[in-house]
Design a protein around this ligand. Structure first.
Ligand code: PLP
Length: 438
């Protein structure tokens, strides 16, 4: 108690970062935000492609909150839709709103695998419910995920993303306190390795394979041509459900997600992030015959709930976002910026004599500081982590923000322009020269 009173008395003199540290463990609201070098970062405002910190410095934001604002921060069309919605209706504890029906209709219209859809508040809830449904529908317990993919914070999947070398090939839970039985029921396989995946499916009954079609949680590792179709074939052969986690790729790479690009139709699809341009919303969709097992139909056995599912403000944000993606050349714009950045970053590092592999897809880009091919997470152990993170911290002095955390990707939004690509290239070169003293 004394601590809190003393804190209250001191409040006037303490900085916001100190006040945060005093009353919030670590001073931030996510384990992914407690990042060395950013301990005192205050987000004071956002606008289009930029954010402003507590000292009034403005940065071109390429991190973009791990990817949601595909239209840019504070998009006026999204803001208007949210404001109108919350002035009209703020009840979602019973029944259904016109907004929810309209959004589900759009998901069914655009995403190939989605025959029917349900809304969640986050991506983690969507993947949780997808796996629960897969277990219920198949009567099996086990799940297969891939090293380097992230699917949220729950026990069945919170493991083996950016693992230390010695944990690859073993289970690498991201937290203590996880249920060992749940962790053990998930097998982890190398991305792009169909043989190892088939071994898992043939040796034990597997309820679901869950996969990021492009593992963007480790930057951008592209699937081999046959990999995603190969997973579909294996699932069909072994009676396993294919869950395509499009929380990052959905709406960012195409209105229909990456599945509309690669032509592989999963049984279930999870969505989030870019779907709501920054408002907390996720979705789960797929084959109607599977989705029908959810308890949203009275008496059906797979429990599905969430106080904030279908929140009118978030649904309005998602509807406005999807309509803008459908009606304006958003993907054309962000893909062109991404292509230019990847090409010119590769040219830049070549001219500097710095070994680098610039990867990405569409609006997403990342520079790994390494030689050699990138087909799976283990290849990325060669990345020069010190250079990767310190270069990004140094870029901040030049008005550019990319997350200074190993392997994290950067994004373009509709609010970014070619001038921002120029700023990125200039800041990257200046930061590299400062670091290398040349
Ligand atoms: C591919 C993927 N799936 C699921 C999630 C979990 O989403 P959320 O953080 O909204 O719970 C994330 C979050 O980064 C993700 O990248």
């Amino acid at each position: 108690m004394f601590r809190y009173i003393a804190h209250a008395l001191l409040r006037e003199e303490l900085s916001l970062a100190d006040r945060a540290q005093a009353v919030m463990p670590g001073g931030v609201n996510s384990g992914q935000r407690g990042i060395p070098g950013l301990e005192r970062l205050i987000i004071a405002g956002t606008d289009g492609a930029t954010f402003t910190d507590g000292d009034g410095r403005t940065y071109v934001d390429f991190h973009a909150a791990f990817g949601p604002p595909i239209l840019g921060h504070n998009d006026p069309d999204v803001d208007r839709a949210v404001t109108e919605a919350i002035r009209t209706v703020d009840l979602m504890g019973v029944g259904v709103t016109e907004l929810e029906v309209g959004l589900a209709e759009r998901l069914v219209e655009h995403v190939p695998s989605v025959e029917t859809a349900l809304l969640t508040a986050t991506g983690s809830e969507a993947t949780f419910h997808a796996l629960r449904l897969a277990r219920a529908a198949t009567g099996r317990r086990r799940v297969v995920k891939f090293q380097g993919c992230y699917h949220g914070w729950h026990d069945a999947v919170a493991m083996n993303v950016i693992s230390p070398a010695e944990r690859i090939g073993d289970r690498d839970p991201m937290s203590t306190g996880m249920m060992p039985e749940t962790v053990e029921a998930t097998a982890v396989v190398a991305f792009n390795d169909l043989e190892a995946t088939e071994r898992e499916l043939s040796e034990r009954d597997v309820a679901a394979i869950i996969v990021e079609p492009i593992p963007h949680n480790i930057g951008a590792v592209l699937p081999d041509d046959g990999f995603l179709p190969g997973l579909r074939g294996l699932c069909d052969r072994y009676g396993t459900l294919l869950v395509m986690d499009e929380v990052i790729t959905g709406f960012r790479h195409a209105l229909g997600g990456y599945q509309s690009i690669c032509g592989v139709v999963p049984d279930l699809t999870t969505l989030g992030k870019a779907m709501g341009n920054g408002y907390p919303i996720g979705a789960l969709g797929g084959r109607a015959e599977l989705m029908d097992q959810f308890s949203t139909t009275p008496g059906h056995p797979v429990f599905f709930a969430g106080t904030y599912n279908g929140h009118p403000g978030c649904v309005a944000a998602a509807t406005a976002t999807i309509d803008k993606l459908a009606n304006e050349p958003v993907h054309e714009h962000v893909f062109a910026l991404g292509e230019r950045a990847r090409t010119e970053l590769a040219d830049l590092f070549r001219s500097l004599g710095q070994p680098a592999r610039v990867s990405g897809y569409g609006s997403v880009f990342v520079t790994y500081f390494m030689d050699g091919p990138v087909r799976e997470y283990a290849d990325l152990l060669a990345n020069d982590i010190e250079l990767f993170t310190s270069l990004r911290l140094a870029e901040m002095e030049h008005g550019v923000f990319e997350l200074p955390l190993n392997l994290k990707r950067s994004h373009f939004s509709y609010a970014h322009t070619d001038d921002h690509v120029d700023t990125l290239l200039g800041a990257t070169e200046a930061a590299w020269r400062e670091k290398k003293g040349s």
